[in-house]
Design a protein around this ligand. Structure first.
Ligand SMILES: C[S@@+](CC[C@H](N)C(=O)[O-])C[C@H]1O[C@@H](n2cnc3c(N)ncnc32)[C@H](O)[C@@H]1O
Length: 264
C-alpha cells in the first residue's frame, strides 16, 4: 500500500513530535520531496520507515525541514533603530532588561543583541538574553560561537576586529569572543507546543512565521503577547508584517518592530 502525503504527515507528526499541521503544508510537502530526491527515497512509505528506523535520516529530515538560515545584524536598519531608540529607552526604564530571541537558530540574532548592548556600555547585570530553538544541533552550533564569514557580512570592520577572531584551523570561519558568548543563555524549546516564561521587555520572533499557517501565526502572536510586558516591544522579520496590528493591541514603531499596548 502506498502512503499519501497526508498519511505520511500524520505518522511523521507522531515520530518527530512536531505539530506539522501548524506549518504551511505545501512547503512541508516540497521540503519532504526534495529530501527524498536527494536520498533516492522512492515513496512516502520508504521515507516514513527511514524516519522511524534510521536516526541519521531522521536528523537529516529535521535539518532539511527547519531552515536555519541566519546572520548577524540581519536587516541592519532595524538593528540600528533598536540600538539608537529602543534599547536606550529600555535601559532608562528598566533596572534589568529581559530579551528573548525565539527561534534563535545558530545564535547570530541573540549575539547581535549582546554586541549592541555591550557597545551601548550596559553592564552585563543590567540585561538577560535568552534564546531558544527547536533544533538541538543548531543550538550546539550557536553555543560554539563559530561562524562562516558570510554570516558576518553586515558586521562593520570595527566590530569584526573587536569581537571576532579568524578560526585557527578553518579558512573563512570566525570565532566569536567568549565575553559575548557568555551573555546569551540557550535553551531547546518547541514554540508551538512548549510553555512560555513571562515578563519579557523585547521578544524577537523573526523569520519563523513565514513557515506557519495563518491560524498558527495568529495563535503564536497571541501566545507571545501573553508573556510580553505592557508598553514593550515585539520584533518580527522584515517580511512578516502584521496586518491590522491594532487587533492585537500592537502599534508599529519601525518596519517590523511593534509596541504592545492594550490601552491604545
Ligand atoms: C530562519 S531561522 C530564524 C532565525 C533567526 N530568528 C533569524 O531571523 O535570523 C528559523 C528557525 O526556526 C526554528 N523552528 C522551526 N520550527 C520551530 C518550532 N516549532 N519551535 C521552535 N523553533 C522552530 C528552526 O529550527 C530554525 O532555526
Amino acid at each position: 500500500m502506498s502512503l499519501t502525503f497526508s498519511d505520511f504527515k500524520n505518522q511523521a507528526k507522531e515520530v518527530l513530535n512536531i505539530d506539522l499541521d501548524g506549518y504551511k503544508l505545501d512547503r512541508v510537502e516540497r521540503r519532504t520531496k526534495s529530501l527524498m530526491r536527494r536520498y533516492d527515497v522512492n515513496d512516502f512509505d520508504e521515507c516514513i520507515s527511514l524516519i522511524k528506523n534510521d536516526t541519521a535520516f531522521k536528523e537529516a529530515y529535521l535539518n532539511h525541514f527547519t531552515i536555519n538560515t541566519s546572520e548577524f545584524f540581519r536587516n541592519p536598519e532595524s538593528f540600528k533603530f533598536l540600538k539608537n531608540d529602543i534599547l536606550p529607552e529600555l535601559a532608562e526604564k528598566k533596572r534589568k532588561i529581559r530579551i528573548w530571541s525565539a527561534p534563535c537558530s545558530n545564535g547570530c540574532e541573540p549575539y547581535t543583541l549582546a554586541i549592541i548592548l555591550t557597545e551601548l556600555g550596559l553592564a552585563s547585570n543590567r540585561f538577560e538574553i535568552y534564546a531558544s530553538d527547536l533544533d538541538p544541533g543548531i543550538l550546539d552550533q550557536a553555543r560554539s560561537g563559530i561562524y562562516r564569514e558570510n554570516s558576518l557580512k553586515n558586521v562593520s570592520t570595527k566590530l569584526r576586529q573587536k569581537y571576532f577572531k579568524p578560526h585557527p584551523e578553518k579558512d573563512n570561519f570566525f570565532v566569536l569572543d567568549s565575553k559575548i558568548r557568555r551573555l546569551v543563555n540557550f535553551e531547546e524549546k518547541d514554540l508551538i507546543n512548549g510553555r512560555f516564561d513571562r515578563n519579557w521587555d523585547l521578544i524577537l520572533s523573526r523569520n519563523f512565521f513565514i513557515y506557519l499557517t495563518k491560524d498558527m501565526k495568529d495563535q503564536l502572536i497571541k501566545k507571545f503577547l501573553s508573556v510580553l510586558n505592557q508598553d514593550y516591544y515585539f520584533f518580527l522579520g522584515n517580511t512578516e508584517y502584521i496586518f491590522s496590528a491594532e487587533k492585537y493591541d500592537l502599534e508599529k514603531v519601525y518596519q517590523s518592530i511593534y509596541r504592545y499596548n492594550k490601552n491604545n
